[in-house]
Ligand binder design. Structure first.
Ligand SMILES: *Cc1c(COP(=O)(O)O)cnc(C)c1O
Length: 358
């Protein structure tokens, strides 16, 4: 597949920014990047912060490759996956000509970036996955560039069946890139489809340090894809997306100890989720508790605004999804510690008693 053809302009005649760091030279007097020559007290182990970082820090890619059992060459690192979600649109989509597809209700950043860059969108509504609308892809195959699939889906917590995903990959093969956002995959790891990247070179899988790994503050995410796509991404990313502090941190801490800690956290959260799911089902004013593959539960109630306000007055912060397509009066609850879950259930129950006596 010639992915270069999918890029919105003639890639051959595009000259990428050549950062000082990208020109691999050896030397000991560095006068090529307008950096400060004076190192400062903020230096960390083996790194001087007065120097620019590598664009694609090799050590953290190696660490993630080892953890995920994915080849080094198939991994691209960015400032969180929000940066790559934006980058794909910047690289592949011509404003007011090309289209992207996504499946609402879902993560809002696909829409936001499409709007910012004036890219047309095709929204395929998937209340359930029966009668999936493959025609929407076939009909638009000429101008469709990217398909964003959030899997597991934020905020509903459901997961697109593998069979449907594979059908989408087949229909779009050679024509459209399919981006599968696996931000929450550690909570249902056996569902990952990352092993399909060899078979489907039009597939890009997104992974992040922000959720299960508990490192949202560090801003680090990975795009996993065919080597040809990785090459294109490297050509267009801003010169220094990952700070030295971030890569140094990941390099030092993404070891087996930390991975075991992450897995323990995940099983703790999953236990709390099962507990909370059962409790929520017993609360009268909750009309529906959505089943979830991730670390949150969506509920539907009589008035999301009211419930959110009441919980906030008890110091509990929830996320309103009322404005998300098809999610009227829905509230998303992230799974907290057991104590936090108990406090939430206590307050929701108290609220439901009040209703009874009204
Ligand atoms: C949180 C989230 C992101 C953002 O990830 P970062 O790596 O922190 O930028 C992307 N996609 C989904 C579905 C998310 O929920």
């Amino acid at each position: 597949m010639k992915f270069k053809k999918l890029v919105k302009f003639d890639i051959k005649n595009f000259s990428a920014y050549k950062s000082a760091r990208s020109m691999c030279v050896q030397g000991n007097i560095w006068l090529n990047a307008n950096e400060s020559p004076i190192n400062n007290k903020f230096s960390i182990i083996n790194r001087n912060l007065n120097r620019y970082p590598e664009s694609q820090p090799k050590n953290i890619i190696l660490k993630y490759a080892e953890y995920s059992k994915i080849n080094f060459e198939n991994i691209f690192v960015s400032r969180g996956i929000d940066e790559s979600i934006e980058l794909f649109i910047k690289i592949f989509c011509k404003p007011n000509v090309d289209k992207i597809m996504y499946f609402p209700p879902t993560y809002d950043m696909y829409r936001v970036n499409a709007e910012i860059f004036e890219i047309k969108t095709i929204k395929v509504f998937t209340k359930n996955y029966n009668n999936f609308d493959y025609d929407a892809i076939k009909k638009n195959i000429k101008c469709l560039k990217l398909i964003y699939i959030c899997r597991p889906n934020n905020p509903t917590g459901d997961i697109m069946p593998k069979k449907i995903l594979i059908n989408i990959l087949n229909i779009s093969f050679g024509k459209v890139l399919v981006i599968v956002d696996e931000a929450y995959i550690e909570f249902c790891y056996s569902e990952s489809i990352v092993n399909l990247i060899e078979q489907y070179p039009n597939l890009i899988v997104l992974r992040t340090m922000s959720k299960a790994f508990g490192l949202a503050g560090i801003r680090c995410g990975f795009s996993i894809a065919h080597i040809e796509i990785i090459k294109i991404l490297k050509k267009f990313i801003s010169p220094y997306p990952i700070s030295t502090l971030t890569s140094n941190f990941i390099e030092n801490f993404l070891n087996s100890n930390f991975i075991n800690f992450m897995k323990k956290t995940v099983s703790e959260v999953l236990k709390n989720k099962i507990w909370l799911y059962k409790k929520l089902q017993k609360i009268k004013f909750i009309k529906k508790v959505f089943e979830s593959f991730a670390n949150y539960i969506l509920i539907e109630c009589f008035s999301s605004k009211f419930v959110i306000k009441k919980m906030l007055s008890k110091g509990i912060v929830l996320r309103n999804q009322n404005n998300n397509l098809g999610l009227k009066n829905c509230v998303r609850i992230s799974i907290g510690t057991k104590i936090e879950c108990k406090k939430l259930v206590y307050e929701l129950k108290r609220l439901s008693y009040k209703f009874k006596y009204k």
